[in-house]
Design a protein around this ligand. Structure first.
Ligand code: UD1
Ligand code: CA
Length: 458
């Protein structure tokens, strides 16, 4: 049996991102809650290569942290001397590697691994992916001779007026054979812009009679690069449209896809209804029949069947059961679990809290590090004082308890099953099951006070 050829992928992500404002690396830009580079890494790992090498430079620590979950090898290009130099920086990481090296640009978030298989299979010393573009703009062009054979790749800025009409562009995706490719990179000459262009390599190979294959793709869209803010908007909205269309085809009702932003990692079941201006990011899961929005933010959270999340609610790292009613204006923070049939109303914040089945907290409440049982009623303005300035402490509220309005529960504290807490109390001691806990000062009425006060003033 023929031995399977080895595959490595090199992703170039060291650039200065000058055309994007140059403040931070474009690899970090968030598209639907995920950094740009992670889309390219997903495409790379889907090919199951033996090794993935990412070349980093600007913002190297932050960019490196994106690569961790992909088990990629990171190399640093200290000086940004162009794409040819960037690829050469990966040579040591691929020492002894024999096989195909796929080179990807780190700024192409629409890339899909399945498209790249055609390049991986090449036996040529170099394969270049090309595509037709009616407005080729800043992309490098494929220059061919009278016989239509490949001659070289020319960068847009170096084209002659006649060459400007060429509409076959360099997608920026290449397959090279290693170790044969390395000497070509070492011998690259500086361009007039003081960069070592990777794009010069295929032309040099072809001029020496070596085999360069140009693989034409029917669309440039999957290879679109983010070079300018307008490119970023194009990639982001293309991705958004792809995801929303897939979901709608599966029976998800999206009122206004243009203002609905859903991560490729989110799972949204059929029959979910999403109102405008809603974000569903990270590894969120929305179960059938849930209704979300308008103006709702959901990140890394699961929402049970037939639950309704009303306007201006912010959910992060939470689990919500079925048939709950959350919001408007609720904020549920990481570690919170809301069980089925519960009701969380306006200006209620929860952090690391379990809120039991059918319980209610309808207005102006903060529950932090709390375990709330079933059928509990939390009145307006209730606050768990969970932090003493040094440590966080827990609050326990038993099933069926009734917490009156405007109470402070000073943790650690336990409210027993079915207990009542009088409105306006500051509770510092445990309250036994079925008891009334009340801590406010008895009311005094001073008869005739207003009349006396007026007299004094006159
Ligand atoms: C490059 C190609 C162009 C092609 C286009 C496709 C070159 C010279 N030009 O142009 O022919 O049509 O991609 O998208 O290759 N980078 C480094 N180190 C550097 C410079 C760049 O790692 O020193 C990285 C960047 O972070 C980026 C990628 O390489 O992810 C491409 O660089 P970019 O400046 O965007 O090249 P383009 O002008 O798009
Ligand atoms: Ca680019």
């Amino acid at each position: 049996m023929k031995e399977k050829k080895q595959l490595a992928v090199v992703i170039l992500a060291a650039g200065e991102s000058t055309r994007m404002g140059g403040v931070r690396s474009k690899a970090l830009l968030q598209l639907l809650g995920k950094p740009l580079l992670s889309y390219v890494l997903n495409a790379a790992v889907s090919l199951k290569p033996q090794k993935v090498v990412v070349v980093v430079g600007k913002d190297k620590e932050k960019v490196t942290s994106i690569t961790r979950e992909y088990n990629a090898h990171v190399v640093v290009q200290e000086k940004r001397l162009g794409t040819g130099h960037a690829f050469l920086t990966a040579r040591d990481a691929l020492k002894g590697f024999q096989g195909t090296v796929l080179v990807l640009m780190g700024d192409t978030p629409l890339l899909k691994g399945s498209l790249l298989r055609r390049l991986v299979r090449t036996s040529a010393l170099c394969a270049v992916a090309s595509a037709h573009l009616d407005s080729p703009g800043h992309y490098g062009r494929i220059i061919r001779d009278a016989d239509d054979s490949f001659v070289e790749i020319k960068e847009a800025r170096h084209l002659s007026p006649k060459e400007q009409n060429i509409k076959e562009v360099n997608t920026g995706v290449y397959a090279f054979q290693a170790p044969e490719v390395w000497p070509f990179l070492e011998k690259l000459k500086l361009s007039s812009t003081s960069e070592y262009y990777l794009t010069d390599v295929p032309g040099i190979m072809a001029s020496q009679g070596l085999k360069v294959e140009v693989i034409k793709f029917s669309s440039m869209i999957p290879f679109s690069g983010v070079n300018t803010p307008a490119d970023f908007h194009f990639c982001l909205t293309t991705l958004q449209r792809e995801i929303n269309e897939q979901l709608m085809n599966r029976g998800v009702i999206i009122h206004h896809p243009e203002s609905t932003w859903i991560s490729p990692d989110a799972r949204v079941e059929k029959g979910v209804e999403i109102f405008p201006y809603t974000f569903i990011l990270g590894k969120s899961k929305i179960s059938a029949g849930a209704i979300i929005g308008p103006h709702v933010y959901v990140e890394n959270s699961s929402i049970g069947a037939f639950t309704q999340i009303l306007a201006f609610t912010h959910l992060e790292g939470v689990r919500i059961g079925r048939e709950c009613l959350i919001g408007p204006y609720a904020r549920l923070r990481p570690g919170t679990r809301v069980d089925s049939g519960a009701r969380v109303g306006n200006f209620v914040e929860m952090k690391n809290t379990t809120f039991g089945q059918g319980s209610k907290a309808n207005h102006l409440t903060y529950l932090g590090d709390a375990t709330v049982g079933k059928g509990v009623n939390v009145g307006a303005g209730v606050i768990t004082c969970n932090y003493d300035g040094v440590k966080k402490h827990p609050t326990f509220i038993g099933d069926g308890a009734f917490i009156g309005s405007d109470c402070q529960l000073v943790a650690p504290v336990k409210i027993g099953q079915g207990a009542y807490i009088g409105a306006g109390s500051t509770i510092t001691k445990d309250v036994p099951p079925g008891a009334l806990g009340i801590s406010r000062a008895p009311q005094k009425n001073i008869e005739g006070y207003a009349r006396k006060k007026r007299k004094k003033g006159s």
